[in-house]
Write a new protein. Structure first.
Ligand SMILES: Cc1cc2nc3c(=O)[nH]c(=O)nc-3n(C[C@H](O)[C@H](O)[C@H](O)COP(=O)(O)OP(=O)(O)OC[C@H]3O[C@@H](n4cnc5c(N)ncnc54)[C@H](O)[C@@H]3O)c2cc1C
Ligand SMILES: NC(=O)c1ccc[n+]([C@@H]2O[C@H](COP(=O)([O-])OP(=O)(O)OC[C@H]3O[C@@H](n4cnc5c(N)ncnc54)[C@H](O)[C@@H]3O)[C@@H](O)[C@H]2O)c1
Ligand SMILES: Cc1cc2nc3c(=O)[nH]c(=O)nc-3n(C[C@H](O)[C@H](O)[C@H](O)COP(=O)(O)O)c2cc1C
Ligand SMILES: [Zn+2]
Lengths: 989, 416, 93, 190
């Protein structure tokens, strides 16, 4: 056992379970129950890190999440975690940890040269230089970026899993110290659902670190009993290793749980986010000890007094052999006494207060500890490890004495941990007596108890906790049937007086923010330069902006600002606490919404067939659709060309199942449809269908689709694939909030129907043998609708066409989609039936000049622009009508849909290419339009394009120009956008 | 104003920084000004600076209800680019980008404008087509836009997930090499220092709570620090524009929504450019200190609470891991929100209002940081000459009546 | 994430809803004859208050009803939710 | 001819991969009729079904033949065996012939996945923001909500839930549940 600083007894570590770990490549021993920090300290190691800016040597400073210094890298390879707090890493056998931000080594770090230049690197120095010549910043930045960052990102994807869960509770208690435990217990006894979360491995809070008693017995026994009772309650849950990191609206609190570390193999999940919805929240997060500002206050070996105490009591570790305690309050004496009790020599208590008196100082003196009252630490000695401190009376720095020591335990009082209270909207108030902020205004659904509320005696923590727990339960609707807790704590009384948190200066470096290397001088400079607002001072100096978010340094900075500005702390104000309370990994936040589950992948009923055929898919919203069915060795483009030819010359088959479908029924159905489409629908006869254009109230084309009238009061509406949900919501909106005169029922049936579209001159021959419906042109004309059977399946057939050829859209209940598809393929085999995908579909419709919402439209296009003016109803009112007559909606500036043909038939214009009237090298060059769709047309055997062009319909026959991104400008002629069968003979035949 | 320079820095390093002066004064408000700018964000301060510098109008005050730059200027993810779709937008953003290129020298304040390229990923063919449309338009507008192949994109951003076997593989990108990021706070401070040196009064902790009119004309303002007369007034208050408009008796086509941003803990450089993805919905850059700075979409509902909701953060995290699998074990350090002024067409409103003498500049929504110098420039010109600057003309409030909107939703696919 | 009291289904997480913006603004009467300006008021101009806001929500993953909520835009407190046709509850002071 | 249930191409009956606390079952086809009625038609429907439609939000009522789930103030989902569906539709058509109504067969529009066993609740709680406490969502209740990124209707059963999801989302939800259940040793049952 090399753990020279492990105390002979005490602590909650398991002395029978030694664990071995590596730090910077050296093997050390620790014990089960250790944190990485306690294990390092047990081995006498303080120096674990280099600071961010000046690369100063830094030691372990705190005990838990508040740690500003001891950021290390854990794991190797893909399992690397940068910036892990050594104080919060549970030791596991085989743990690998490394120091960060140093080169070549932690002890000899070249970067420390910057410390020598620090006068140059005062706050905001970069705003004042590196400015010239213009463009040179690129170079300076390159240099600066060499020094950026602290840890390294892993270079491999994360092998671990992360979970999310919702949790509902009547009372959420944050923090399982004496206040939280008693709150949870009394809420639980009242019958409320209780959830108790705490970031530590075991409950107890400060009771783990201290040596108090409850009801005359060690407080830790009470913790065990209370926990056991809580665990017996049916509706109480307790999460250890769980940090509440954000309080959001309406009782929503986000917590993250970390898995129990495993020594072999992988954890099942690494972290789990709990989305807690609580009716009531009890915040019992305790308080964080505050340091003191003094010269050389960052020397390794300097730590919070409560941390030194906790290492001794909880982990059985002496953080040094000979300690000096630097204090401005009575509680520090408790730490000193516990250290002495553990066998650490306490060389002196240096107390800033002129006259520490009362029980605790008396006790210390009794134990023979030297108390230097009215004194301050005014310097520290040693380089990578503290060797001695210099102490002097506060009013006479010349009477310095050097006290040898290897541990400096600092206590500047306590700051209630109000982070989550602030998240929930609470505004803290300044309590001058405590030199700290305490809860001020009420926060939604939250009560604050224990030392988080500024109640620093154990008795009050217990009493307030149980009262708050019962009250929270009552507010959530539960009344206590059992008696509340009666607890009695005995602890030596502390004097509430707190001394200053700033020691006199002798010109040394005095850190306010240890992580970001922000000094008192930096803050004073900020004020001098006019950055007087607390927020400006923060941003100018980066005070409180490091990984610890100022958990220990914020309030110190406020006292500096208060002094520099000559204002009281409340006037100085505070910066804002923001989530997360403690950093949370991307992995945890993402949970299982990664990889295959990142978003749903929606598949049609025929999808498995496409997949078997080796279809290429493309995403359309969340759907995947077959884009083409290339044969072995065939490119997507060749496949699409072949598919187009088949659909023109014989017959093709297309899976149109993704189309949005809404069943619309009721006495008001016809009126409704007439109001939502801009073209006339009232005259539509049952058995017929019509293409409709839907506008937003702004008059812009919103969606389009075919709607069939199944009966007098019954319609089947189709929408675009992407528009299905928004059209449904839009119509329901009007129906429910404005058109209360209409009785109409909408049912979304998108998923009920599978749709196969047969298209091409042979479509009739393929469908005929399969159906009882009379397909003769006269009996079943274009834009008619029939119900019947296809391949024995109940079907709805629409004779519509998006290709411009004879075409039937066959709808069957989704379970039969695949069977229908296979039957059609079988029936079509003699005719060379060819499945075609969305690429061929787009080419087919472009040849015919049909628009696609989102290609030919972009939210700024009206039906008139598209040349659909004749369709727009003149008499009826419809959504968007008024907008079409606004002054900006007409005139020669509007763009019209036209076709474009290049001289060179082999040329395919790039999608999105911009159109100009005359080519020129001048920039900016006015543009008159752009290409909306462009393909090599297998049917026309040439490139074709659709375009929106200013006043395009008046420009027929004109030549326009399209400058290319690379290569010469291309000329094109404006033509009609209907390239194929403008007389509609093929479609209607 | 003492100029900043390396020599100054050296001198002060020796002199313990005692020689540094206040960057701007903190004067008491005067009873009257020629022009009062309401809103001490980047846009308001830039307006004051250019009024004084280019138009010689120096009897100007900037009133800020809190601290300078405490609005969206201090909360944004600092993306600066000009590759917008429509001519009107391209013109004003490119004008602004040109100003950015010499802003540090002009202000004698290093705003750390870092032209590190901006890559907008395309994950579907549809996105490639949209990018093609925008890049073609940008080029003709004289903007340095490029279309990149998948290979080029992956080579430029090594940590990008290059697999084709994922939901949203990278198919290509559009890029703007001159785009980048800047140090947001420095922009507010630099303009403030510049304006102050030209005589502008910058008055913090001064909230406008009333508008004083004589008939249809504005004559002054009521503030928490007393009444202030003004010949002309400009509201440059971003998320709070509707509140001010209500004081003046008119409405705006604006809704205020929370937009969130977040930073990771500082890590060694892994990303040298700005990356945006509309489909996967996130955008990110790495600051010079080492944090990844990220954002995505707005919360759906109206809000003036400068915080956002957890689901948005979770979406950003999930998107980030999709794009950059190595970030999974990095940690989010801080998240915050700003109140963005969302306009129906995702374009700003600049110019006159129904009240004579009252000008407005708002509606920049999720993307106005990049416009800061340009917007201040055109508004200053508009105020000084009492008619819209040519670049501002298309952005008049009147467009909502005529219907001549400038719909940039496509180009603005993801908030930035 | 807000907790929204659907007047039909009860309190549900915001995830289940779709926001519809300001409530109770109406098309101008005789809207086809309305001036461009009053039409623009209806289409685009919003109160966007800093304070209590009457707004529209649809319970898209629930009962699919549109309804109204009185919510404070700074504290996000919800004072009331009501159905289409219900009398409007007063705005809290 | 082969019928193809939403999950036919996804499901491979699997061995339990751990001490199993939860099972996932594809219920293939459950007859579903979406009913929209108001006013007197509500009572008329009850007469046809043999029990009154539940008018209390989030409740479900039924008999041996069908079960009606409240979806909204004028909307119900009536669930029955697939074989009973045609008859149910007919009965509704008859009973409602003189009322405005919409009874729409949506059997094929949704998959029904059964999540059963002691750990069904924590598995569902991973992605569903509803309070699943039996006091809130026990037998006799029904709720619509979301599960991860899909909309669902949840019908609690003895120990577990029947989850109704849109057909095209079924394979996503299936994969999601298997992944979520891995922690509890989920097994696929026929
Ligand atoms: C999270 C986030 C990310 C963003 N990312 C980007 C980005 O990457 N790129 C980009 O270009 N843009 C981005 N933006 C948008 C950009 O921040 C803003 O468009 C821009 O900063 C607006 O500047 P401003 O000066 O107009 O407003 P602000 O900086 O908001 O200034 C307005 C000022 O007016 C003050 N004010 C309000 N009411 C009153 C009153 N009654 N009296 C006195 N003062 C008042 C406010 O306190 C405020 O300081 C982002 C915004 C956010 C919130
Ligand atoms: N005399 C003094 O000056 C003084 C000062 C402070 C505390 N104390 C003593 O400390 C004890 C305080 O009791 P208490 O119950 O108020 O606090 P506590 O510190 O004992 O317990 C708080 C618990 O909450 C946890 N926690 C904090 N933030 C969290 C978060 N966001 N998520 C999850 N867990 C979180 C902590 O890890 C801790 O376990 C008392 O015994 C008191 O006497 C004394
Ligand atoms: C580009 C950018 C980078 C930031 N980097 C950090 C950072 O490294 N550390 C930090 O604590 N905050 C950082 N912040 C956030 C600020 O601390 C602060 O949250 C933000 O300006 C909003 O102000 P508020 O939180 O005080 O309301 C950054 C903000 C911006 C805009
Ligand atoms: Zn509802």
């Amino acid at each position: 056992m090399t753990q020279d600083f492990r105390l002979a007894k005490g602590g909650r570590v398991d002395r029978d379970k030694p664990l071995r770990f590596l730090f910077d490549g050296v093997a050390y021993d620790g014990l089960a129950g250790d944190t990485l920090a306690s294990a390092l300290l047990a081995n006498g190691i303080h120096l674990v890190a280099r600071s961010f800016k000046y690369h100063r040597p830094r030691g372990i400073f705190g005990l838990g999440l508040e740690e500003p210094n001891a950021l290390v890298e854990t794991g190797i390879g893909a399992a690397v975690e940068p910036n892990a707090r050594a104080t919060a890493v549970e030791l596991a056998d085989g743990l690998i940890a490394n120091s960060q931000n140093n080169w070549p080594s932690l002890r000899f770090d070249i970067g420390a040269a910057s410390d020598l230049l620090s006068p140059l690197f005062s706050a905001g120095f970069y705003y004042k230089t590196f400015m010239g010549p213009a463009g040179a910043w690129k170079f300076y930045e390159w240099l600066i970026r060499r020094a950026a960052g602290v840890g390294r990102a892993p270079d491999l994807p994360d092998p671990d899993r992360y979970e999310h869960s919702y949790a509902h509770t009547d009372v959420l208690v944050i923090g399982a110290g004496p206040a939280g435990l008693s709150a949870a217990l009394s809420a639980g006894r009242a019958g409320a659902r209780v959830l108790l979360v705490d970031d530590q491995v075991e409950p107890g809070g400060q009771l783990l670190n201290t040596s108090y008693t409850v009801n005359g017995r060690p407080a830790i026994d009470w913790v065990a009993e209370a926990t056991a009772e809580l665990d017996r309650l049916p509706d109480a849950r307790r999460f250890a290793r769980t940090v509440a990191f954000g309080a959001y609206d309406h009782g929503y609190v986000a917590c993250v749980e970390r898995a129990v570390p495993v020594t072999q193999g992988h954890v099942r999940w690494r972290e789990r986010i709990w989305h807690v919805r609580a009716t009531e929240i009890v915040l019992a997060a305790g308080a964080i000890e505050r340091p003191i500002i003094f010269d050389g206050n960052d020397r390794p070996g300097t730590m919070l007094a409560s941390a030194a105490r906790g290492y001794a009591n909880r982990y059985g570790v002496a953080s040094g052999r000979r300690a000096v305690v630097f204090a401005n309050n009575d509680d520090a004496y408790r730490s000193a006494l516990d250290l002495a009790e553990a066998g650490v020599e306490v060389a002196a208590i240096v107390d800033l207060r002129p006259d520490p008196s009362g029980t605790l100082p008396a006790l210390a003196r009794e134990k023979g500890i030297r108390v230097l009252s009215g004194h301050a630490v005014v310097g520290t000695r040693g380089r990578a490890r503290l060797k001695a401190v210099e102490a002097a009376p506060i009013d006479d720095a010349s009477r310095r004495q050097v006290i040898e020591c290897d541990l400096l335990a600092v206590s500047g009082g306590w700051n209630p941990a109000l982070h989550l209270y602030a998240h929930a909207g609470g505004k803290a108030a300044y309590a001058k007596a405590l030199a700290a902020f305490v809860p001020g205004t009420p926060a939604d659904r939250m009560s604050i108890v224990g030392s988080a509320a500024g109640e620093f005696t154990l008795a009050r923590c217990l009493a307030d906790g149980s009262r708050a727990g019962a009250e929270a339960a009552r507010r959530a609707g539960f009344t206590a049937s059992q008696p509340s807790l009666v607890l009695d704590a005995d602890e030596p009384e502390a004097d509430a007086r707190i001394g200053p948190t700033v020691a006199p200066s002798r010109g040394g470096k005095r850190f306010v923010d240890l992580h970001n290397d922000v000094t008192e001088a930096d803050l004073r400079l900020a004020v001098r330069e006019g950055y007087r607002s607390v927020e400006h001072a923060k941003r100018y100096t980066t005070w409180g902006m490091g990984p610890d978010q100022g958990k220990t340094g914020n309030i110190l900075g406020l006292s500096v600002l208060s002094d520099a500005l000559g204002q009281e702390v409340p006037q100085v104000g505070t910066t804002t606490f923001r989530p997360p309370y403690h950093p949370v990994s991307f992995g945890a936040l993402a949970g299982r919404d990664t990889g295959d589950l990142v978003v749903p992948l929606r598949k049609t009923p025929m999808d498995s067939w496409h997949e078997k055929q080796g279809a290429l898919f493309e995403p359309v919203g969340q759907w995947r659709r077959a884009k083409a069915y290339p044969k072995p060795g065939e490119s997507m483009h060749h496949a699409a060309e072949r598919e187009v030819k088949a659909a023109r010359e014989s017959v093709g088959l297309f899976d149109a199942s993704t189309l949005g479908k809404i069943d619309i029924r009721g006495p008001g159905a016809a009126a409704l449809i007439d109001r939502v489409y801009c073209n006339a629908f009232a005259s539509l006869k049952p058995g017929n269908a019509r293409y409709g254009l839907m506008l937003g109230e702004d008059g812009m084309l919103k969606d389009d689709g075919v709607t069939a009238r199944l009966g007098p009061d019954h319609f089947h509406m189709t929408t675009t694939t992407g528009g299905a949900a928004s059209v449904y919501v839009w119509i329901e909106d009007w129906l429910q909030t404005e058109w209360l005169d209409l009785e109409v029922y909408l049912t979304s049936v998108t998923e009920q129907w599978a749709v196969a579209t047969l298209s091409g001159p042979k479509a009739r021959q393929v469908l005929g043998p399969l159906t009882d419906v009379d397909l003769a042109a006269g009996a079943f004309p274009f834009m008619a609708f029939r119900e019947g059977r296809v391949a024995g399946l109940p079907a709805r057939i629409f004779r519509v066409s998006f290709s411009g050829d004879l075409s039937y859209e066959i709808n069957v209940p989704a379970r039969h989609g695949l069977a229908l598809w296979e039957a059609l393929m079988e029936s079509g085999r003699p005719h060379g039936i060819t499945p075609y995908g969305t690429e061929a579909l787009h080419i087919l419709r472009a040849e015919k000049g049909y628009i696609v919402v989102g290609h030919e439209t972009d939210g700024t296009i009206t039906p008139y622009d598209l040349g659909y003016g004749a369709m727009v109803a003149k008499k009826k009112d419809y959504l968007g009508r008024r907008s079409l007559t606004r002054s900006g909606m007409t005139g020669p500036d509007r763009k019209h849909l036209v076709g474009l043909l290049t001289k060179d038939p082999a040329r395919v214009l790039p999608m999105g290419a911009q159109i100009v009237e005359r080519p020129s090298e001048v920039r900016p060059l006015p543009m008159i339009g752009h290409v909306t769709s462009s393909y090599m047309s297998p049917t026309m055997k040439r490139g074709i394009a659709m375009a929106l062009v200013k006043n395009g319909r008046e420009r027929m026959g004109q030549t326009v120009y399209l400058p290319m991104l690379d290569g010469p400008t291309v000329a094109a002629e404006i033509v009609s956008h209907v390239f194929y069968d403008p007389e509609n003979q093929r479609r209607d035949g | 104003m003492k100029r900043y320079s390396f020599v100054q820095l050296l001198r002060n390093a020796i002199g313990f920084g005692e020689g540094w002066q206040e960057a701007w004064r903190s004067p008491e408000p005067k009873p009257s000004y020629d022009v009062v700018i309401v809103g001490g964000g980047g846009h308001g301060l830039a307006t004051a600076y250019y009024l004084a510098k280019l138009h010689g109008i120096r009897n100007v005050a900037v009133l800020e209800k809190g601290w300078l730059g405490g609005g969206n200027t201090g909360r944004n993810t600092t993306v600066v680019r000009s590759n917008y779709l429509w001519d009107e937008s391209a013109a004003i953003y490119e004008h602004s980008l040109k100003l950015w290129e010499s802003l540090s020298q002009d202000l004698n304040y290093n705003v750390m404008f870092s032209q590190r390229n901006l890559v907008m990923l395309a994950h579907t063919e549809h996105e490639l087509n949209e990018a093609s449309r925008r890049v073609h338009a940008n080029r003709l507008n004289g903007i340095d836009a490029e279309i990149w192949s998948r290979e080029k994109t992956l080579a430029f951003i090594p940590i990008l997930n290059g697999s084709m076997d994922i939901r949203y593989p990278v198919m290509g990108a559009s890029a703007q090499p001159r785009a980048g990021i800047a140090r947001h706070d420095a922009v507010a401070w630099g303009f403030a220092r510049g304006a102050d040196a030209l005589g502008v009064d910058i008055i913090q902790n001064c909230e406008v709570i009333g508008v004083r009119r004589d008939g249809t004309r504005i004559v002054g303002l009521d503030t928490t620090r007393g009444a202030i007369d003004a010949k002309k007034v400009a509201f440059v208050a971003a998320g709070h524009s509707s509140v001010l408009a209500a004081l003046a008796g008119f409405r705006l086509p604006i809704e205020s929504h929370p937009l969130q941003a977040m930073v990771s803990e500082p890590i060694k450089p892994v990303l040298d450019t700005v990356v945006m993805s509309g489909t996967v919905h996130a955008y990110v850059s790495q600051s010079d200190k080492g944090e990844l700075v990220m954002g995505a979409g707005i919360d759906a509902f109206n809000s003036y609470a400068q915080r956002g909701s957890l689901p948005i953060l979770e979406e950003i995290a999930s998107a980030m891991i999709e794009l950059f699998p190595i970030v999974s074990r990095l940690k989010i350090l801080r998240s915050w929100g700003g109140i963005v002024d969302i306009c129906p067409d995702a374009s700003p409103i600049i110019g006159k209002t129904p009240v004579d003498g009252l000008f407005i500049n708002c509606g920049w929504g999720t993307g106005g940081f990049k416009a800061t110098p340009g917007s201040g420039w055109v508004l200053a010109d508009t105020i000084a000459n009492d008619r819209p600057h040519k670049l501002a003309e298309p952005f008049a409030l009147e467009r909502f009546s005529s219907g001549r909107l400038i719909d940039e939703h496509g180009a603005a696919a993801v908030a930035h | 994430m807000l907790l929204i009291p659907c007047p039909y289904c009860g309190e549900r997480a915001e995830l289940e809803f779709r926001y519809g913006g300001e409530a109770h603004f109406r098309r101008p009467d005789n809207h086809l004859e309305a001036s461009d300006e009053s039409w623009a008021n209806y289409l685009f101009m919003r109160k966007n208050p800093k304070g209590w806001h009457r707004e529209r929500w649809m319970h898209i993953a629930g009962c699919k009803r549109w309804f109204y909520v009185v919510r404070h835009t700074v504290t996000h407190r919800i004072a009331a939710a009501y159905k289409v046709g219900d009398p409007w509850p007063d705005l809290p002071a | 001819m082969a019928e193809c249930a939403p999950l036919d191409n996804v499901i491979r009956p699997g061995e339990p991969n751990g001490p199993s606390g939860v099972a996932l079952i594809d219920r293939r086809f459950i007859g579903q009729v979406n009913l929209r009625v108001r006013g007197p038609a509500v009572a008329a429907t009850g007469a046809a079904l043999g029990y009154a439609l539940p008018v209390e939000a989030n409740t479900a009522v039924g008999n041996g033949v069908s079960r009606s789930c409240w979806l909204g103030p004028d909307e119900w989902l009536i669930v029955c065996e697939d074989e009973q569906r045609a008859e149910l539709m007919q009965r509704l058509a008859q009973a409602l012939s003189s009322h405005a109504h919409a009874a729409t067969d949506v059997t094929d529009a949704r998959a029904v996945l059964r999540l059963a066993g002691a750990c069904a609740r924590p598995v569902l709680a991973k992605g569903c923001p509803l309070d699943l406490h039996p006091r809130r969502l026990g037998p006799g209740k029904v709720a619509q909500s979301v599960l991860a990124r899909a909309q669902i209707m949840i019908l609690p059963i003895e120990e577990g839930y029947d989850l109704f999801v849109a057909r095209s989302f079924a394979s996503y939800v299936w994969a999601w549940l298997l992944d979520a259940g891995a922690e509890y040793g989920i097994r696929v049952e026929p």
